[in-house]
Design a protein around this ligand. Sequence first.
Ligand SMILES: [Zn+2]
Length: 68
Amino acid sequence: MIPMDNPKEINTVYWDESSKSWKFKLVKVDEYFGFTTCQRCQKPMSHNIKSNNEYQVVYVQCGCSKNR
Ligand SMILES: [Zn+2]
């Protein structure tokens, strides 16, 4: 795993059921623990963070989705 500068916020992506599309949401990062990479493009795919005193796994767009 490659260490990364502690980001202050992450532009996460989530599936919005009402509009049937991917939406972005900026999530504030209190503590940063690392990320997992996509097995296809080797870009970060999810981040392990603490936000609002809660441990969370947030998803971001990896390299593959940008090629669509
Ligand atoms: Zn990918």
